[in-house]
Write a protein that binds this ligand. Structure first.
Ligand code: AP5
Ligand code: MG
Length: 225
C-alpha cells in the first residue's frame, strides 16, 4: 500500500526543507507544486508563463491547471510507493481532486502534518532564504547557511533568491494562505489525519517530530527504506 503525506503550512514554515529530509529518510518521492511551476518557468513552457503571472503577485495558480500538473507527476512510476506532497493541495477543490486521484491508485492521504509558525518568523525566514539554481536545495543565511557563501553544498551551483520572496509579495502570499489554504486545517482535522507540529523548533527537531508521527502511524505499511 502506498503512503501519501501532505505537508500543510504557511509560506516559509519549512515544508520544502522538511520534505527533502523526509524523502532522504523514507525513500518517498518529494513533490513540490511550487518547484514544478518553477521548472516550467525555467523551461519557458506555456504552463510556466501562465503560472508566473500568478506567482509574481503571490496569488494561487488556478486549480484546474495545478491539479492536472500534479496528477501527471503522481502517475509516474517513481511514485508507486507514494509521495510527500509539499504545497499541494492548497484549496478545498484541490484536496477533493487529490482524494479522487489517489482513490484511482487505490490509495488515500495517510498523514497531514501541519507545520506552523507566526507570520513574523515566516517573513524573516523568507528574506534570509537562498535556493540552489540547479536542484532547488534550500538554505538560510542565518539558520542553515551553505559552507561556501553563494554556493550549494551538494552540487556547487549558484544560490539565488526567489522573485516571490520580495517583502510585498510575501505579505500577500501569507494573506492568500490564510484565506484559501487554512480551511484545509479543519478539512483534514475532520478526517482525523491532521497532526500539529511546532515549526519554530530547529530544523532537525521538526524532522524528528515528523518522523515520529509517521512511524507511529506506519505499522503495517511498507517503505522502500
Ligand atoms: P511554493 O513554492 O509552494 O511556496 P510556499 O508555499 O509559499 O512556501 P515556500 O516554498 O516559500 O516555503 P516552505 O514552507 O517550503 O519553506 P522552506 O523549507 O523553503 O509556492 C510558490 C507559488 O507557487 C505560490 O505562491 C503559488 O503562486 C504557486 N503554487 C504552488 N503550489 C500551488 C498550488 N497547489 N495551487 C496553486 N498555486 C500554487 O524554508 C523557508 C526558509 O526557512 C529557508 O531559508 C529554510 O532554510 C528556513 N527554515 C526552514 N525550516 C526552518 C526551521 N525549523 N528553523 C529555522 N529556519 C528554517
Ligand atoms: Mg517550498
Amino acid at each position: 500500500m502506498a503512503t501519501y503525506i501532505v505537508l500543510l503550512g504557511p509560506p516559509g514554515v519549512g515544508k520544502g526543507t522538511q520534505a527533502e529530509n523526509l524523502a532522504a529518510q523514507t525513500g518517498l518521492i518529494h513533490i513540490s507544486s511550487g518547484d514544478l511551476f518553477r521548472e516550467n518557468i525555467k523551461n519557458q513552457t506555456e504552463l510556466g508563463r501562465l503560472a508566473k503571472s500568478f506567482m509574481d503577485k503571490g496569488e494561487l495558480v488556478p486549480d484546474d491547471v495545478t491539479v492536472a500538473m500534479v496528477k501527471d507527476r503522481l502517475a509516474r512510476p517513481d511514485c508507486k510507493a507514494g509521495a510527500i506532497l509539499d504545497g499541494f493541495p492548497r484549496t478545498p477543490v484541490q484536496a477533493e481532486a487529490l482524494s479522487r486521484l489517489l482513490a484511482g491508485f487505490k490509495g488515500d492521504v495517510n498523514f497531514v502534518p501541519f507545520i506552523n509558525a507566526d507570520p513574523r518568523v515566516l517573513i524573516e525566514r523568507l528574506s534570509d532564504r537562498w535556493i540552489c539554481r540547479t536542484q532547488g536545495h534550500i538554505y538560510n543565511i542565518k539558520s542553515n547557511p551553505p559552507r561556501v557563501a553563494g554556493r550549494c553544498d551538494l552540487d556547487g551551483s549558484e544560490l539565488y533568491q526567489r522573485d516571490d520572496d520580495k517583502a510585498g509579495t510575501v505579505t500577500n502570499r501569507i494573506k492568500v494562505y490564510a484565506e484559501q489554504t487554512a480551511p484545509l486545517i479543519a478539512y483534514y482535522r475532520g478526517q482525523n489525519k491532521l497532526v500539529e507540529i511546532d515549526g519554530t523548533q530547529p530544523i532537525e527537531k521538526v524532522t524528528d517530530a515528523l518522523l515520529s508521527v509517521i512511524r507511529k502511524g506506519q505499522a503495517g505499511m511498507s517503505w522502500s527504506k
